[in-house]
Unconditional design. Structure first.
Length: 238
């Protein structure tokens, strides 16, 4: 007897390996992949619609295959799903890169790919309710908490900038101006991506030291720094 609420409502056939349950699971997983893929593609992330559809279908069929191997062939563990998770972990790890501004790129998308593969495998096992709840939680995490994350970051006393100076000799001038402005420099690194370009480019991490300055947004602080004569370009990272 199915223990999953949706599977129990649908009937015992939905938890077995048959044409009907396979078609149903395929339709559900494609719909979930389309929703997630459109969200990532809309925000111009690396993994888009087709990527999520293909990996979700593959993970789901790995789950279906494991049902057959465990129930009919009496295999002791879900080796197909394990192989899929390992493969996706390797692939997604290689998609996380640092941009020229020392910013990590692709991390959220890579984790979304990995999480979606798990949800798809769970669906393949016939746990419809768990898969749908997991997918809903994933979408809430990506959509609903995005604005909250931005708000928290903007209220933080710590932020990081990408800084381009007009010359290397201007660095001391910028540091002095930032300290007078009420900023504490936690870390300053020469950006290696511009090492041979002739540009003077840095990644700077600040702490807002002055209480009065904390009332201003990061954008306001960066705009105030951008008017310094020594600054060619400045923008927030993250």
């Amino acid at each position: 007897m199915p223990t999953d609420y949706i599977a129990k409502w649908l009937g015992a056939w939905s938890s077995e390996v048959n044409l009907g349950s396979t078609a149903l699971k395929t339709g559900i997983v494609i719909l979930m992949a389309v929703i997630l893929g459109c969200e990532r593609a809309r925000n111009r992330h690396a993994a888009g619609l087709r990527t999520f559809i293909v990996l979700s279908i593959g993970s789901m069929f790995a789950g279906i295959a494991d049902i057959y191997f465990i129930r009919d062939l009496h295999v002791g563990f879900s080796f197909m799903s394990a192989a899929v998770f390992i493969g996706i972990s390797i692939i997604t790890a290689n998609t996380i890169v640092y941009s020229s501004k020392n910013q990590i790129m692709g991390l959220t998308t890579s984790i979304s790919v990995w999480t979606m593969s798990i949800i798809s495998a769970v669906l393949g096992f016939g746990l419809y309710t768990a898969a749908l709840i997991g997918f809903a939680a994933l979408m809430i995490g990506l959509l609903a908490f995005s604005k909250l994350e931005t708000y928290i970051k903007n209220k933080s006393d710590h932020f990081e900038i990408h800084l381009e100076l007009k010359s290397r000799s201007s660095l001391q001038e910028f540091i002095s101006a930032a300290r007078k402005f009420g900023l504490k420099i936690d870390n300053l690194e020469v950006n290696p991506a511009y090492a041979n370009s002739g540009l003077s480019v840095y990644t700077v991490r600040f702490t807002v030291a002055e209480k009065a300055l904390r009332k201003q947004t990061h954008s306001d602080i960066i705009e105030a720094l951008s008017v310094l004569d020594c600054v060619y370009h400045i923008e927030k990272i993250g």
